[in-house]
Design a protein around this ligand. Structure first.
Ligand code: CP
Ligand code: NVA
Length: 305
């Protein structure tokens, strides 16, 4: 049966560790895995992207495959062709689909009606490819994932939702601090709490950034305004205390690191000073998108890992 990657919890904890170990291998030898030879992978983007698009295109090339970048607006999807028809057509040409769009339901429908693996490259609800790369980065830095504490400061968006679920799955303690009214999606919180019953992860949603960072090993943030959201003055006002600055970092654990999925809006969710201090980690995360996605594709498209 085909496997999709729409949510980080579509993989088991053991599979995530296997993929991370394999990604670390591929990082040392970029042409080692040629398992996409003869395979064509479609990359459908209904939203902008720098990292995701380029890392998938380059990764597929390095694995011997053919990446096809498909800008959503140039397809019949933008003229309301059914997702389920698109899924059935593309399944007859391609060996896999990577899709970035607005509605998570559309990605689920694409996976349901397609007969080839589908990878979620970001929806309004989740961004599992980013969290997979970040888990690799955390594992490389700390030598473990389980038992650490990650404090997410900012909007209860796709990144916050994905971190909650990943925390529950991996036994990584997560505290999300958002302004009132900007909390994460209730469905993600419920899934995280259910998963945490097996791993013992502590999952918390609060409205106080200083409280959130206490004893945190990792501080994480993302833009205040995600793709598809309206950039209003009210929103900016609500978020003004949800910025990672030097004084917030000082309140975390002594060796805490700061992570950001990028793109960053310096001066909003993170100060330029903190961003530059932790630039090594932040750009390692960006690099690991390439390695972890290659390991993921090897797993999903060939079960080779
Ligand atoms: N972090 C991330 O997904 O970046 P892009 O939007 O540039 O793909
Ligand atoms: N939350 C951001 C993440 C970008 C990688 C967005 O959806 O725009």
């Amino acid at each position: 049966m085909k496997r999709d990657f729409l949510n980080i919890s579509d993989l088991t904890r053991e599979e995530i560790y296997k993929i991370i170990e394999y990604a670390i291998d591929l990082k040392k030898d970029k042409f080692k895995d040629q398992s996409l030879k003869g395979k064509s992978i479609g990359l459908i983007f209904m939203k902008q992207s720098t990292r995701t698009r380029v890392s998938f295109e380059v990764g597929i090339y390095q694995m011997g495959g053919q990446p096809l970048y498909i800008s959503g607006i140039t397809t019949q999807l933008s003229r309301n062709e059914d997702i389920k028809d698109t899924a059935r057509v593309l399944s007859r040409y391609l060996d896999g689909i990577v899709i970035r769009t607005y509605s998570h339901n559309e990605v689920e429908e694409l996976a349901k009606y397609g007969s080839i693996p589908v990878i979620n490259a970001l929806t309004d609800y989740l961004h599992p490819c980013q969290v997979l790369a970040d888990l690799q980065t955390i594992y490389e830095r700390f030598g473990k994932i389980e038992g650490l504490k990650l404090a997410y400061i900012g909007d209860g968006n796709n990144m916050a939702n994905t971190w909650l679920i990943a925390g529950g799955l991996m036994g990584l303690n997560i505290t999300v601090a958002t302004p009132e009214g900007y909390e994460p999606n209730g469905k993600a919180v419920k899934e995280a709490l259910d998963l945490a019953k097996n791993t013992g992860a502590n999952i918390e949603i609060i409205n106080d950034p200083e409280e959130a960072v206490k004893d945190a090993d990792i501080l994480y943030t993302d833009v205040w305004v995600s793709m598809g959201q309206e950039d209003t003055e009210d929103r900016k006002k609500a978020f003004k205390n949800f910025r990672i600055d030097k004084s917030l970092v000082k309140k975390a654990s002594n060796n805490a690191i700061v992570m950001h999925c990028l793109p960053a809006h310096k001066g909003e969710e993170i100060t330029e000073e903190v961003f530059e201090e932790f630039a090594d980690v932040i750009f390692e995360e960006a690099e690991n998108r390439l390695h972890s996605q290659k390991a993921l594709m090897s797993f999903l498209f060939n079960s080779l890992v």
